[in-house]
Every structure is written in structure tokens, then in C-alpha cells.
Ligand binder design. Structure first.
Ligand SMILES: [Zn+2]
Length: 425
């Protein structure tokens, strides 16, 4: 059986590194706290029988060579960096669950055919250099000099922060990047960070896809004027136009009933910004996410069309600036099937759900088959000191992770059979 007590103890131990007086955790990437956490996690990886190294992008990698050490490994990953004043489960349960999977195999004398790797990716959260998923992006070859030039609040660049960890960022492209056939399967376990599993009374869920966000900045231009003098019917109030568009974002998403499409206006700026001035300019962010890129883009099209109509009626001008466009990814159907079979063998009812939040798995899907497991968390709260997941739920998720990892690690691949027979010849 998966050792739940050990898992819980390790979660608590890691939760003490970077803990704040109020109970939250601040453990940003490449900080002293991160270093301490990496040392602790490395020791656990070694205890589980793995060899540990840090790649030049700051990814901590534990590896257990299988019977065929040169074959592509089964990789289990997540992250141990946190947001500022975050919780102790986000990312952590995926890394510690991965170590538990390997340690469990060792204790059960299971020798996998394929190598197994557990990875704690560098700066998933983006809470230090404001550009997240850094380690997984580096691993698929999607980082650039720009990522290294970014500086934190103290003016320290990511390049220098990596160097302080004894790493050479110039070797990322040549040594940290993994190739398309270099990973047999990528698996990640994470707290859900939402309320769906709790609402369904299910401890564990199987992720079918990860939504892709589109970020658009909307700028509405009107005419500023004196709040006491301008008659209501003569105004070109930019904020009122922006407000109507924000409501339209909500209505449009709701009109796609039963779909997971979500739209958020989270940042608004009004200018000139005086209580006695009719706003002349209003700009706001629009975050639209869906697992279906066509439906997501249709929502954006309808909002833009409606925004033009609203602004025409109000005598305003509107501009749209695309800030980010990440395509959604589907989890590999084959892995989803294996997860379903294994959950069934555990007599575990696992709902299928999509992830609205981004994860390292989203990037790793570019170079590997990918699957994700969600674990129920209390009230859907995350990125908050109140974040909580039951040990029993994490244990069940880890057992499912173990079964799926074992399934792939014990699989004889075509190449392997050929090689074996070649040796025999
Ligand atoms: Zn996370």
C-alpha cells in the first residue's frame, strides 16, 4: 500500500519551508527557501532509490534506471515553488506523490522495465519573474533569452538567479531540452484548485484536457468632461461602455450552456480617474478559456462584435490588443483510458473533468503522451493559506498514479523487443 503517513509527513515538512507567521507559504523559485526545499526533496528522491540532478533550467530531476535504462522514461512531474502566501499542497502533492510511487516500487521489489523520473519543475507559478511554467517550457525548448533577462522586484535577473544555483543558463538549449521520443509518458497529479470534485463527492478525478487562455486587452475611448456640468445624454463615458462589454463577456460565456468556457474581466483602469470627471478612457483585461479552441474563439468573436455595437451606440471607440493565446491541450486518450481502467480496479469512481488552470503537463504534452489526475481540495480554494486536501484523498490519487505509472513502466515497447532480440542474435 501507498504509505499515507509518510506522504503526510513529507507534505508537512515541505510546508514548513517558507512558512509565514500567518500560516501561508512563500517559496518562490530559485530563492533560499527553494534551495532548502530542493535539498529536502533530493534526499527523499535518493531514499526512494533515484539518482538526482539539477538541469540548467533549475529543474530537479530524480531518476530510477529500469531494466532497460536507455529507453525513454515514464516521467511524473509537478512543482515545489509557490505563489506569495500560498498553500502547501499546490504542486507539492504531484512531486511527493511521484517520489512515493518510486519508493513504493522499491519497497514492493517491483523493477520497472523502463526508467522512471520524478521532476520538480522550476518556477511553475511565475511568482518571482512573472513568467511561469519556466522549467517545463525550457524542457520543450520554448524559452528564449527574454526569459533570462526578466528581473525580480530586487532587480535580480533570472539568469543571475540560475547562476547563483550553480547553473549555466546558456546550456539550457543544448542540455535541458528533451526530444519528442525522449519520454514514454508524462503524468501529473495536482490538487483540483476548484470545487467540482468536492461537489460530486469524489476524492479523485481524471483530467481530459487543459483549457487554453486567450488574454485580450480592451481599450475604450470616449471623452472626459466635468461630472457636474455635462448633461447625461451628451456624455461619451468610456467606463460605461467598458462595463457593458464586461457584462457581455459574462452573457456570451453563459449562452454556451453546459460548456466549460469561462470569461473574466479582472483588471480595469479608468482615466483620468477623478471622482468628478466623466471617464475619457477605460481599459480592461479579458481572459477567455475553453478546452475547445473554436468555441473559445467564437466567444471572443461575439464579444468583439457586441463591443463594436455598444461603442457605436455610445459614441465611443474601441481597440483590442491580443496579449496571449495559449491553445488548449487534450490529455492523451490512451492514458485517460488506462486511468479509467485502473480507477475501476481500485473501485474508485473518478469523474472526468477539464482543468481551467494551466499546468506543466500542458507544455509537456508537446513532446510526450500526457495524463493528469486531480485530487479534491476543500472549498476549491488554492493559492491561499487556507488550501487543504485530505491525506486519504492524496493517498488514493497517488495509488492511481502508481498504477498508471507502473502500467507504462512495465510495458514492453517495440524497440525494446527488437533490441533484446538483436542482443540474442
Ligand atoms: Zn500548481
Amino acid at each position: 500500500m501507498i504509505n499515507a503517513a509518510r506522504l503526510k509527513e513529507r507534505i508537512e515538512t515541505l510546508g514548513r519551508i517558507g512558512r509565514l507567521p500567518g500560516g501561508g507559504v512563500t517559496r518562490v523559485a530559485l530563492s533560499m527557501e527553494d534551495k532548502e526545499a530542493q535539498e529536502v526533496v533530493s534526499a527523499w528522491m535518493e531514499e526512494a532509490g533515484m539518482q538526482v540532478r539539477l538541469d540548467h533550467a533549475g529543474n530537479l530531476i530524480g531518476r530510477l534506471g529500469g531494466v532497460h535504462p536507455d529507453e525513454a522514461p515514464v516521467v511524473i512531474g509537478s512543482h515545489i515553488d509557490s505563489v506569495v502566501n500560498g498553500g502547501k499542497y499546490d504542486g507539492v502533492i504531484g512531486v511527493l506523490g511521484g517520489i512515493e510511487v518510486v519508493q513504493h516500487m522499491k519497497e514492493e521489489n517491483i523493477r520497472p522495465l523502463l526508467p522512471l523520473e520524478v521532476i520538480a519543475f522550476c518556477e511553475e507559478e511565475g511568482s518571482r519573474f512573472q513568467s511561469g511554467l519556466f522549467g517545463s517550457r525550457a524542457m520543450i525548448g520554448a524559452t528564449s533569452e527574454q526569459d533570462l533577462l526578466l528581473t525580480d522586484k530586487q532587480g535580480v535577473s533570472r539568469r543571475d538567479a540560475l547562476a547563483l544555483f550553480g547553473l549555466e543558463p546558456d546550456r539550457i538549449q543544448t542540455e535541458a531540452v528533451r526530444t519528442k521520443d525522449g519520454i514514454r509518458a508524462y503524468l501529473e497529479m495536482h490538487i483540483e484548485q476548484g470545487p467540482v470534485l468536492e461537489k460530486m463527492g469524489a476524492p479523485v478525478g481524471i483530467v481530459t484536457g487543459i483549457a487554453g487562455p486567450a488574454w485580450i486587452e480592451v481599450v475604450v475611448e470616449g471623452k472626459a468632461g466635468h461630472a457636474g456640468i455635462l448633461p447625461m445624454e451628451m456624455r461619451q463615458d468610456a467606463f460605461l461602455g467598458a462595463s457593458e462589454i464586461a457584462l457581455l463577456v459574462e452573457q456570451t460565456c453563459l449562452s454556451f450552456k453546459g460548456s466549460p468556457v469561462v470569461g473574466t474581466v479582472g483588471h480595469v483602469e479608468v482615466k483620468p480617474g477623478g471622482s468628478n470627471i466623466v471617464p475619457g478612457l477605460a481599459s480592461f483585461s479579458m481572459d477567455i478559456r475553453d478546452i475547445d479552441v473554436d468555441r473559445r474563439n467564437e466567444v471572443i468573436r461575439q464579444v468583439k462584435e457586441g463591443a463594436l455595437r455598444i461603442c457605436e451606440q455610445r459614441g465611443l471607440r474601441v481597440q483590442f490588443h491580443e496579449r496571449m493565446d495559449v491553445p488548449p491541450v487534450q490529455c492523451t486518450p490512451g492514458i485517460v483510458e488506462v486511468m479509467k481502467e485502473q480507477a475501476k480496479a481500485m473501485h474508485l469512481v473518478c469523474p472526468e473533468l477539464v482543468s481551467g488552470a494551466g499546468h506543466d503537463a500542458q507544455l509537456m504534452a508537446a513532446i510526450s503522451d500526457m495524463g493528469m489526475i486531480f485530487v479534491r481540495c476543500r472549498d476549491g480554494i488554492s493559492h491561499n493559506p487556507e488550501e487543504f486536501a485530505e491525506t486519504e484523498d492524496i493517498k488514493l490519487g497517488t495509488e492511481l498514479l502508481f498504477r498508471v505509472a507502473k502500467h507504462y513502466a512495465m510495458q514492453q515497447t517495440v524497440g525494446m523487443t527488437e533490441k533484446t532480440s538483436a542482443v540474442g542474435d
